[in-house]
Write a protein that binds this ligand. Sequence first.
Ligand SMILES: Cc1ncc(C[n+]2csc(CCOP(=O)(O)OP(=O)(O)O)c2C)c(N)n1
Length: 645
Amino acid sequence: MKDTPKFPSEPLLPGIKSPADVKALNPDQLPALAQEIRDEIIAVTSATGGHVGPNLGVVELTIALHRVFNTPEDQFVFDVSHQGYVHKLLTGRNGDFFHKLRQTNGASGFLYRAESPHDAFGAGHAGTALSAALGMATARDLHGTHEHVVAVCGDAAFTCGITMEALNNVVSSTKRLIVILNDNEWSIAKNVGAMAKYLNRLSTNPTYNKVHHDLEKFFTSLPGGVEMNRVYMKWKRETKDFFVESSLFEKFGLRYIGPIDGHNLEELSKNLEFAKQCDTPILLHVLTKKGKGLEAAIAHPEKFHGASPYNPVTGESHKSTVATAPNYQDVFGQALTRFARADRRIVGITGAMPSGTGLSHLADALPQQFFDVGIAEEHAVLFAAGLATKGIRPVVGVYSTFLQRAYDQIIHDVCLQNLPVTFCMDRAGLSANDGPTHHGLFDLAYLRCVPNALVMQPKDEDELVDMLHTSLQHEGPAFIRYPRGAGVGVKIKPKPELIPHGQAEVLREGSNIMIWALGPMVTEALALAERLGTEEHLSVGVVNARFAKPLDRPLLFSHAACIPLLVTMEDHVVSGGFGSAVLEALQESDCPMAVECIGWPDKFVEHGSSVAVLRENYGLSPDSMFQRIRERWRHRQTESVTADA
Ligand SMILES: Cc1ncc(C[n+]2csc(CCOP(=O)(O)OP(=O)(O)O)c2C)c(N)n1
């Protein structure tokens, strides 16, 4: 044990370089360490933004985990891993690296195998911890080693299909797995559905567990009691609900212990020590308070789930001094509410993201036309497909990255049956501070190849409303992608317009170069065209492509016939994206021409301080794009001179 510090106020956290330092502390010092960790999380996230509530809630739980287990030999798998800040602080990442949380060259907001050997499994999407931990525990059994594997799952993780699929397989895969159910009753919004209600009943009615606990205590106190207890446990598993209802987790073959006070270090350590000895898979149901230690976070759990920079005392968000246009998500939510008011067949569906997607506008105004299905994207899409078969017009509001999870439902259930479901995909493009798990850079590629899909991206928020209107009139699947954050600031027409499918819009004519741009790249293209005109004396036109599928082929071919260089610009990976679509169309129609495709490379783009910084790093800043087009033009000129000679 470490000596108690000479001065009671001497901070402990700076001395924590590894979990061994946490173990070396005297138990009396742990509350002070917990307080310092909370202070640090508030100090850092108030400057950088981040997952405030989830981390403040797991301070004692994470300290207890590191007191009882030994990482990296033992492994913790955190679901989503947005609650991993405490773990980072205890595993040698406090100091400057943590101060740059979610910034360029700073700590990632999630766990990341490349960041530390203590990060056994990376994540960012929900519901993956139990399956991954089960795989790791089974690998351990196959290797014949003895380390512990602990999955830490939030209550909302149990609304995910994958978690339930894993639960179904635990006992057939391993005899040793520790699952922590960190129950704070919240997803991002309040947790929803029958599972949330069930967990609430389980945590507020501990009679079941107390009866069993008392019986176990009684048996083990008798001579030969350990063996008697083993027989009792077996009998209990077999008789199940005969005397006292067994928990759902026991029905799946796990031992259940709970509820446990998730802020009581002694109780946590005792139960974790017990779990460590257990020779059956075990689930500890731990109750925690999301946001503990910050009044504003307790009062506003949804806002502080993932907060932008805020005042650490009042919790007020730092207001931007620059007046910005409304966010795409709000424009979408408000427009959908207007359309749904006029047409009661229109409903909105979210997978646990009402405010992030803007669907909270609909939820507030027309709750009977709104469905939060929990973190269950596959179900959200299938549910929408079912609704669509009976004349309802479902709109799924979802982040581009989370829709990846429902790919089979998109192909097999919606597009194959050509059902009129509209998908509004927010966060298409970068989610800079979050990083690769949250960037929406793949949707064009995964949707473009699916028959019947109409795939579009608006250049501004007014066009988003037109596209939503167009989709709701379409008798098939429609996908609209748009970026995180503020729109362009254009006025929204009182009456939306129908956009003819596959019709692009020429915004500026040009004779040397035509830039075909998609979404927010249109504004960039207009600025580039202007600059190429003034600095290079080139005549550069700009097309707002609007559709990645179907492409405006007649317009494209007319440009191919007379323009020397075509440039495509998209906020998406180039492979399989919009530029690829243009190249394929030209190739199929035997229209060979010079095409420069600008977009994100075939790499997982890391997190960074801002979109601008990441763009700079990947050659997508306005300046780099200017150089690139200019160079390509010069190269093309030399090529044609050589060809002529
Ligand atoms: C597949 C997927 N859908 C949606 C999200 C967005 N999301 C991040 S955390 C979260 C809620 C997690 O709640 P819970 O597991 O209970 O953990 P808590 O934050 O309450 O600790 C959601 C919906 C996600 N990360 N992954």
